[in-house]
Design a protein around this ligand. Structure first.
Ligand code: ATP
Ligand code: MG
Length: 363
């Protein structure tokens, strides 16, 4: 069992992992997803102490591996890691790559290490390459060797950091199949991946990481089908989000319009929709909300779904409940808003710092 308590990792002044606590049970297969830069790699590297946490504690089977003076060799025996970039020794043959850590770290005899390497290379279907060098292998084959090398250490826990991201599409399948096969061994596995189908199908738990922590977790089907939090919903559905937080009356609206143009261009949003997003921003924020609110705090998000080519706008505002759709029935800005939306509704919300939300679908 891995118990993580209040884990913090700060680079310079930036908290990348921020007060993360979680318990991982023996045999859990956990996929970890989340936006680039949210701290997924940093988090799993703390579990094998490749990164030393700034504060917090990690216990593996009741022993605190983060304690001062804890033998890190013990950690490397218990926790194996497979990297995106394979990290094989190029000057050694495939079989030597799999034998070496056994001999060096576990002090296994060369014969035993050889026998085990043969068994594991057969397991990943690569015995025929045992005496080749890494540069004679495809990416998928290299990654399978890296997996065999990790297994050779008999780790209880295996961490995978985007194991298929560096591969040609044609090779992704073979590596995924090997990883899938390992899920039957009873080992605990944590798999960071940007491959949503893989994340969804491989494990019994899914962590969505954001804001330096495990922002939402659950069984994969539930998180994908019924995410509890808005950010999770946007991520698992592959929604492209542009967000503006307006916090004073001198807000740079021209800058915001330029960002909308850039966002529409990047996502191939057509001219009409792009024009309507401009109008929504102008009428809702400048025309209605900033006229009305005293504290000027508005969070305006454009959410584009590539899947169905739709654009949704979400506007959060105000500390006190206030439905601007009811109060400004005959105003020109509201008439324009109605004209450019195919659905428009108000709801109360408990999002941090805001009491109200307008949701509109752009026509
Ligand atoms: N050694 C380091 N020194 C300084 N900053 C770092 C270091 N390693 C990572 N970071 C920063 O920490 C943040 C999180 O990085 P991390 O690699 O954990 O993200 P990630 O979720 O794995 O992203 P990706 O999906 O792109 O791999 C990034 O902003 C990164 O620039
Ligand atoms: Mg990463």
């Amino acid at each position: 069992m891995i118990e993580i308590k209040n884990l913090v990792k700060i680079y310079r002044v930036n908290p990348i992992v921020n007060d993360l606590s979680v318990t991982i049970n023996d045999g859990d297969i956990i996929s970890i997803i989340g936006p680039s830069g949210c701290g997924k790699s940093t988090f799993i590297k703390c579990i094998n102490m490749l990164e030393r946490p700034t504060s917090g504690q990690i216990f593996i089977d009741g022993e605190e591996i983060t304690a001062a003076g804890y033998d890190l060799l013990k950690v490397s025996r218990k926790v194996g890691m497979v990297f995106q970039s394979f990290n094989l020794f190029e000057n050694m043959t495939v079989i030597e790559n799999v034998m070496n850590p056994q001999v060096d770290i576990l002090k296994t005899s060369r014969q035993q290490a050889y026998d085990k390497a043969v068994k594991l290379l057969k397991r990943v279907n690569l015995f025929q390459k045992a005496f080749s060098y890494p540069d004679q292998l495809s990416g998928g084959q290299k990654q399978r060797v890296a997996i065999a090398r990790t297994l050779a250490m008999d780790p209880e826990i295996i961490l995978f950091d985007e194991p298929v991201s560096a591969l040609d599409p044609a090779m992704v399948g073979e590596v995924k199949a090997v990883i899938k096969d390992l899920t039957h061994t009873g080992k605990t596995m944590l798999i960071v991946t940007h491959d949503m189908d893989f994340a969804r199908s491989i494990g019994n738990r899914l962590f969505y990481m954001d804001e330096g922590t495990i922002y939402e977790e659950g069984d994969p089907e539930t998180v994908f089908n019924f995410p509890k939090k808005e950010k999770t919903r946007r991520f698992v559905n592959g929604l492209k989000v542009l967000e503006f937080k307006i916090d004073d009356s001198d807000y740079d609206f021209y800058g915001a319009y330029a960002s909308i143009d850039e966002y529409c261009r990047r996502n191939h949003i057509d001219y009409r929709k792009s024009f309507h997003i401009h109008s929504a921003f102008e009428e809702l924020c400048q025309g209605i909300l900033l006229e009305k609110l005293n504290d000027y705090r508005v969070c305006f998000s454009v959410i584009y779904s590539q899947k169905d080519d739709s654009v949704e706008i979400s506007v959060l505002y105000g500390d006190e409940p206030c439905n601007i759709l009811e109060e400004n029935q005959s105003s020109l800005p509201l008439k324009i808003i109605k004209g450019i939306s195919s659905s428009l509704r108000y709801e109360k919300t408990d999002e941090k710092g805001y009491a109200n939300r307008i949701l509109m679908e752009i026509r």
